[in-house]
Every structure is written in C-alpha cells, then in structure tokens.
Write a protein that binds this ligand. Structure first.
Ligand code: TAP
Length: 489
C-alpha cells in the first residue's frame, strides 16, 4: 500500500458492449444521411488519443435540410399530436436509455474521458430521469401555469458542450419534445458519439421522422443553426463568450433564446461545518468530471480559523484520488477532454503561479498518452488573481479565506458569474441568511453538485438567462395561450 492509497487490481469495464461504426452520417428526417456540403472529422478518446470514429461536419446546406425536416415534422405530426401521445414516445425513449445504459455509459466515457463510475451512476441515469420527468408533463401543460392553452414554439435549434454530452442533450430535447416542439441539435465537436447513439434510440422508439435531428460539426455548424431563419427558438449551453455572440446574432429577430453559460462558483466553509463532510463536498465540487462543470465549486472560501485544518484534510483526501483509465471502475478522476482544454488549464495554472499563488498538486502518476492534469489547488489566492476570476474548467481549485459571514458573501458575489454556490455550516439560520444574499441560480447547503430533473437550474449575470429543469424549464418551449396568465406564472 502506498501512502494513503489502497492498491486495487484494475477493474476495467468491457468495451465490447459498444458497437462503434467507423463513420457516422447526420441524423436528419429519421435517417442517417451523408453530408451534402460538409466534410468528415475524427473523434478521439482523450484518454489514449485513439481515433474512435469519423463523424460528419455539417455545412449550411445540411443544417438547412435538418431545419426543414424539423419544420415538416412539427407542422404535420408532432405539433398536432396530443400531449398524451407525445408523452408515450418520451416514456419509451426514457426506458430505452435505461435499457441501453451500460452501452451509453461506456461510449460516453470513451469519447469524453470521464470516469465510468460517473457516466454509469450520474450522467446516464439523470438523462433517463429527464425524459421520464418531462414525459409526465406532456399531457399536463395546461396546468403548468403558462396559460390555459399553451402552444409549442416550433423548431428549436439546440447547441450543447462536451462536458456532459448525453445529459445536456436530455436537458435540451426532453422539455422541447414534451411541449410539442421539434429539434435540430448539435453536440460538441469532441463528443458527438452518444448523441448519435441517441439518434438510434429515436429510431428504435419509432419517433416520427424529423422530430429529432442531430447534426454534428464544430462552431460553424452551431452558428449555422443559430442563424437559420427557420429556427424559432435557440437553446445554447456553453461558454459566456459564444453565448454573447449568439445573443447578438438573435437580437432583433423573432427567435426566443435561452443561454446556460459559464460559472466561477464559491464553495463557502464556515468554522462550525462538519469538516470531513465539507472536504468531501469540496472534492466533489471541483474534481467531479475533472472540474469540467459549469457550476463547479472552483473558488473555495474557508473561514480563517479553520483554514489550516481544512487544507490539511483536503490535501490528505486529494492524495487518495485515483487518476487514470476512465473505463476502470476504481477511477475517480479521468482524462481532460481535449488537447485544447488541457492547454487552457495549464496556461491559467501558470498564470496563477506567475501572479504569486502557491500551487500544490496531488501526488499521482499520469499516463503517458492522452490528456491529463493532476488535481491541483492554489493557496494564497486573492480576488484580483485571474485564477480567482476566470473559469478554468478543469481540476484546479483556488483557495481564499474570510472572517465574517458578510465578508464571505461579498467575496462569493465578487464575480461576473452567478450559476451556483455552496454553504457548509451546522446552522440552518445561517444557510438561509447566506442563500438570501448569494447571487447564484443554485445554492447547495452541506452538499454540492446535486442535480434533479424536478429542480430548475440556471444563472444570474454572465452565467446566462432562462432556466432548465423542473416546471420552469417548460417556459422556454411554450408560447402562452393566454399572455396575462403567463405573466402571473
Ligand atoms: P463553447 O466553446 O461555447 O461551445 C459550446 C457549443 O457551442 C459547442 O457545441 C460548440 O461547438 C458550439 N459553438 C462554438 N462556437 C459557436 C458559435 N459561434 N455559434 C454557435 N455555436 C458555437 O463551450 P465549451 O468549451 O464546449 O464548453 C464549456 C463551457 O460551457 C464552459 O464555459 C461551461 O461553463 C459552459 N457550460 C455551461 C453549462 C450551464 S448549464 N450553464 C453547462 C455545461 C457547460 P464546438 O464543440 O465545435 O466548439
């Protein structure tokens, strides 16, 4: 046994459950079709750099074809269909995700680099749960508080990032379909494979052709969707920079838009917190999914009188994290999603050192091939440091201190973002006092990174606008039948 770390025999999940094709077309009008005007690109496993498959880079003509297929399906089948019947399709999709959960989990870990424990226990079950949850709403929309006769918006153009590929797809597609819209969705360039497997699930569920269209590609494909005249609603999850460009491009058009953007969440630990639990929460807050989490607790605020103790326990806990093969069931921290993201994490970490913060990384051996970054913390961080202000989107934690609750609130809110926050304390009254003052869409108390389809999620300030999840998540996909009632909802 090495220092603090038990030795386990490798426990790799088998890849044989996944049937990878060598190349994938676009999913348009219920079929996989070749590109009309695009090219092909490769998707790799970030853990090994192995090429997994060739995927189509959709051009503007392909996007146009997908939007037209979505429009036809909306006008002829999906829009007119009763909510009860739409719900049946969503329940069917949810059950198929459950039936094919192992296949989806392995494919997600291969393409994204995240540990199989997370894709198996978090991403895929939550994706199924979103379809189950919104299936239940499909025939109850008139009771959702958006007017007596809420109508679908039409064709939704949806663009998602690479950090939770299937889960972000579910956040987008499940409420859109439940409300009677049809969709054209673009997964991220580096993680297209589970969206393409989802397309097969749509076929298996006998979903009418054109209700769901999946077009793969890079930023230009996303832009073509956003700018297409036939799109009625744009739903985007990704960086604040691209979100701002999208807001500019849809301004003055008929399109509705929701934006789920970046974050720099504070995780606030008071001196009366149960410290072992808080340390678990800190680790989960920043090292879950390699820190590729928009709501990651990337700024730790520790009350000064417990700072030494928290740091000591945190380092000891970090030394036990297992970094490596995403398909090994013992792995805690997997691969960084791409060479580009690894460069960004490394660059910002160098900036942290250059600005005078002290860097400490968990002792671990990183594999030779692939993209890897050891779990890292920076101490001696001030609010002016770039690593305290900018989203690193990796396994890097900036540690700051505070003395009073008021100072904790001021520091926590001192950010252009406002997606999430965490509070660790024994006192219920303090949790409520903090939650009232923290400018964040979600405030977790004595826990972190908890997600549930019934709970709305979204940002303040530059973290975006609109909510996904829960009853609130329906609002983005409905036009009110009665505007006065909608305003009251
Ligand atoms: P982005 O670079 O913004 O990419 C997001 C998606 O937009 C990708 O599919 C991307 O395609 C596409 N895209 C790029 N340029 C575009 C353009 N000009 N027009 C339309 N689409 C375009 O973000 P990312 O690096 O993949 O994801 C990380 C960011 O997402 C972080 O900032 C994170 O905080 C945020 N995020 C937020 C949330 C929520 S719920 N708020 C959840 C997850 C992630 P390519 O893949 O080809 O670049």
């Amino acid at each position: 046994m090495s220092a603090g770390k038990f030795e386990y025999a490798p426990a790799p999940e088998s890849r044989s459950v996944v049937d990878l094709r060598s190349s994938y077309g676009l999913f348009v009008g219920g079929e996989f079709v070749p590109t009309a005007d695009g090219r092909m690109f490769k998707t790799v496993s970030p853990a090994t750099e192995e090429v997994l498959a060739e995927v189509t880079e959709a051009g503007t003509e392909d996007v146009d074809r997908a939007v037209r297929a979505a429009r036809t399906a909306f006008d002829s089948v999906w829009g007119p269909m009763s909510g009860r019947d739409r719900g049946k399709f969503l329940f069917r999709i949810a059950r198929l995700i459950q039936e094919r959960a192992r296949e989806l989990a392995v494919l997600e870990s291969l393409d994204n680099g995240k540990p199989i424990r997370e894709s198996r226990d978090v991403d895929i079950p939550l994706a199924a749960a979103h379809f189950f949850y919104y299936a239940g709403w499909a025939d109850k929309l008139e009771y959702a508080g958006f007017g007596a006769d809420p109508r679908p918006v039409g064709v939704a153009g949806q663009v998602i990032p690479w950090n939770f590929p299937l889960l972000m797809l579910a956040w987008k597609i499940a409420p859109a379909l439940a409300c009677g819209n049809t969709v054209v969705l673009k997964p991220a360039e580096t993680t297209p494979l589970t969206a393409l497997l989802f397309a097969e699930i749509c076929q298996q569920a006998d979903l009418p052709p054109g209700v769901v269209n999946i077009v793969t590609g890079a930023g230009a494909t996303g832009q073509a969707i956003v700018e297409h005249e036939g799109v009625d609603k744009v739903a985007f999850t990704g960086s604040t920079e691209v979100g701002k460009a999208i807001a500019r491009s849809v301004a003055g058009t008929h399109k509705l838009v929701t934006l789920e953007l970046g974050g720099k969440a504070a995780n606030v630990v008071f001196d009366d917190a149960p410290l072992d639990q808080a340390v678990e929460g800190i680790v989960n807050g920043i090292f879950f999914n390699q820190g590729h989490v928009c709501c990651a607790g990337s700024r730790l605020l520790v009350q000064e009188n417990v700072y030494d103790e928290v740091l000591d326990r945190l380092k000891r806990r970090m030394a036990t994290l297992r970094v490596g093969d995403p398909l090994d069931k013992n792995t805690d921290v997997g691969a960084i999603n791409s060479a580009e993201q690894l460069r960004r994490i490394a660059t910002l970490s160098e900036v942290g050192e250059a600005e005078g913060a002290e860097r400490w990384s968990a002792p671990c051996e990183l594999p030779d091939r692939g993209y890897w970054f050891a779990p890292t913390i920076f101490t001696g961080v001030t609010q002016a440091h770039r690593i305290a202000r900018e989203e690193i989107f990796g396994p890097v934690l900036s540690v700051l201190t505070f003395r009073t609750p008021a100072e904790a609130v001021e520091k926590a809110n001192n950010t252009p973002y406002g997606l999430s926050a965490g509070v660790w304390t024994e006192k219920g009254s303090r949790i409520l006092w903090m939650a009232d003052r923290l400018r964040a869409g979600v405030v977790w108390a004595n826990t972190f990174n908890r997600f549930d389809p019934t709970s709305p999620f979204g940002g303040y300030k530059e973290s975006g606008h609109g909510r996904e999840g829960g009853r609130h998540g329906l609002a983005a996909y409905l036009r009110a039948g009665n505007p006065k009632e909608a305003a009251r909802a």
